[in-house]
Write a protein that binds this ligand. Structure first.
Ligand code: XMP
Length: 526
């Protein structure tokens, strides 16, 4: 097993982020719920343990807690926010409602540059790094209403704030560390130094989690598991399924068959791009089947205007098409799924992610004859999946592709979907993407696309009256796609895109920019 840090989840909203930050230090981290038995934790051989934050109060008897023994295993422990308070509470120190709660960026005064604060707020880092103008101070993100009123016996306070007497404390002899702030969020300017010191210095990890070795060990593990069996993968052209495909191809070559269903609702040229990479002329050793199901989908969608019904038809049709192909191939031994670590955390920790449940096709097991599922990416975060993709030689445009919904352009055409409308939205979207990339702002936006409204309006083109469709442009910034804000795109860029779309795309005479946030809007239009 790689050196591993356990992130013990007490219900904090940043649990995934903590694991991500640890992995940035090239140390593998896994997230488990606080209900995990201590015997299991002992058996795993963790190099360190991090208690996450959480919304509760440790002095409430119903709050999540853990056996005190976990602090006596000789494994270094870092408590963050609620986790820090829990550590104090387990050790008999008073945790109380703070007279003043702290929320947001907060100035932290470092009393001792030692332990995990060794590299924080050093005099040589001035205002630019920390946002503070005095040495010995730094800015960290706080979000708490309780606080540790006094440090437990044997602990040394290493930082405080104006309202919080124990912002950081440690007992280096016992390997116990606690911070009231959140080093994992990006607003904590020097947060990554705290994480680094904990995993590298306190836990003694060397940093053996790198993508090269991940690929090697996965390839070996897949080979061993698959033997000479047959493997089937539904390729969508998205990042996860593409990376899973190349990893499998590297491991078992032609034993892998990828089925790519072109439902006619993909972005402009996307079907051909996927074929160019994975098809017979591409660099990978695998069997590639492209199913051109465009007309079939257009037929099914004829006259349908209700969004949920459209989604259902597209989803069901996908299953039908895939089922037919699977039948042609016959029984397979393994089915590949592109599950990634955030999905594992969400399902594994028993939290419902309402937004996602209806989004994903949700596995194919019911109608494909197979013995076992392979999930080669289940340990990776999205950006790690991307790193693996790049290392395996996938082109940038596939690796950095924006999120694209399963129902594709079907939910970006308001109302009835027709082949003509698909072409309109594809052309408009291609222009939009081209101009955004040219303006160099694509990296600042998390998702952007053109949609076709079903509104027609009057315009004038040359000397002629027109009565044509309006394209809506959407661009959002977001951390998690659950909430989003409209992106403040440069005005001249919007004008350029508008002018090109009305000139180059037939039957479009108007372009609007959607300023709605989520909530109340959703990112997609249907
Ligand atoms: P909404 O429109 O719900 O979208 O604000 C949030 C994010 O989810 C994507 N999305 C989907 N992804 N299947 C998917 O795989 C779907 O049915 C689906 N619907 C929305 C959307 O593109 C955005 O990134």
């Amino acid at each position: 097993m790689n050196e591993t840090i356990l992130v013990l989840d007490f219900g904090g909203q940043y649990n995934q982020l903590i694991a991500r930050r640890v992995r940035e230090q090239n140390v593998y981290a896994e997230v488990l719920n606080y209900t995990t038995p201590i015997e299991e934790i002992k058996a795993k051989g963790y190099k360190g343990i991090i208690f996450t934050g959480g919304p509760n109060s440790v002095y409430d008897p119903a709050s999540p807690t853990y056996e005190k023994e976990i602090l006596e295993l000789g494994i270094p422990v870092l408590g963050i926010c609620y986790g820090a308070q829990l550590m104090a509470h387990l050790l008999g120190a008073p945790v109380k409602t703070a007279p003043v709660s702290e929320y947001g960026k907060t100035e932290v005064l470092v009393d001792d540059h030692e332990g995990i604060l060794k590299y924080v707020a050093l005099p040589e880092y001035g205002k630019d790094v920390t946002g503070c103008d005095k040495p010995g101070r730094t800015i960290m993100w706080m979000s708490h209403t309780d606080y540790i009123a006094e440090a437990p016996e044997g602990f040394h306070i290493t930082a405080h704030t104006k309202d919080c007497p124990v912002a950081a404390m440690e007992n280096t002899e016992k390997g116990l560390y606690a911070v009231q702030f959140h080093p994992e969020v990006m607003h904590s300017k020097e947060g990554s130094k705290v994480i680094r010191s904990f995993v590298r210095d306190a836990c003694g990890c060397k940093g053996d989690w790198v993508m090269d070795s991940f690929i090697e060990t996965q390839v070996a593990a897949i080979r061993e598991k698959v033997g000479d069996g047959k493997v089937l993968l539904a390729l969508s052209g998205g990042v996860d399924s593409s990376v899973a495909a190349v990893l499998l191809s590297k491991a078992v070559g032609k034993q892998l068959t990828c089925v790519f269903v072109d439902h006619g609702l993909l972005r402009k040229n996307e079907g051909d791009e996927v074929e160019a990479v994975f098809g017979p002329d591409g660099p990978y050793d695998l069997n590639f089947i492209r199913v051109n199901a465009q007309q079939r989908y257009y037929e099914k969608l004829k006259g349908v205007t209700e969004p949920e019904q459209k989604r259902k038809i597209i989803g069901e049709e996908f299953i039908r098409v895939f089922e037919e192909e699977a039948k042609k191939i016959g029984a397979v031994d393994f089915l590949v799924q592109g599950t990634i670590y955030p999905d594992v955390i969400e399902s594994g920790l028993g939290k419902a992610d309402v937004i996602k449940s209806h989004h994903n096709v949700g596995g194919l097991p019911d109608y494909v004859d197979f013995k076992e599922i392979i999930e080669p990416l289940r340990l990776l975060f999205k950006d790690e999946v991307r790193q693996v993709g790049l290392k395996l030689g996938l082109p940038d445009y596939l690796v950095f592709r924006q999120p694209f919904p399963g129902p594709g352009l079907g939910i970006r055409i308001i109302g009835e979907v027709t082949e003509e409308k698909v072409k309109m939205v594809q052309d408009a979207d291609a222009i939009y993407r081209e101009e955004v990339a040219k303006a160099g702002v694509d990296k600042e936006i998390n998702q952007y696309f053109a949609a076709l409204t079903n509104m027609r309006s009057v315009g004038v083109m040359g000397d002629h009256r027109t009565y044509d469709y309006a394209i809506a442009l959407r661009a959002v910034t977001t951390d998690d796609f659950m909430t989003a804000e409209s992106a403040k795109l440069p005005w001249d860029l919007l004008e350029r895109v508008t002018s090109r779309i009305v000139n180059e795309v037939d039957h479009v005479n108007r372009v609007v920019y959607d300023l709605t946030g989520k909530p109340p809007g959703t990112i997609e239009f249907e």
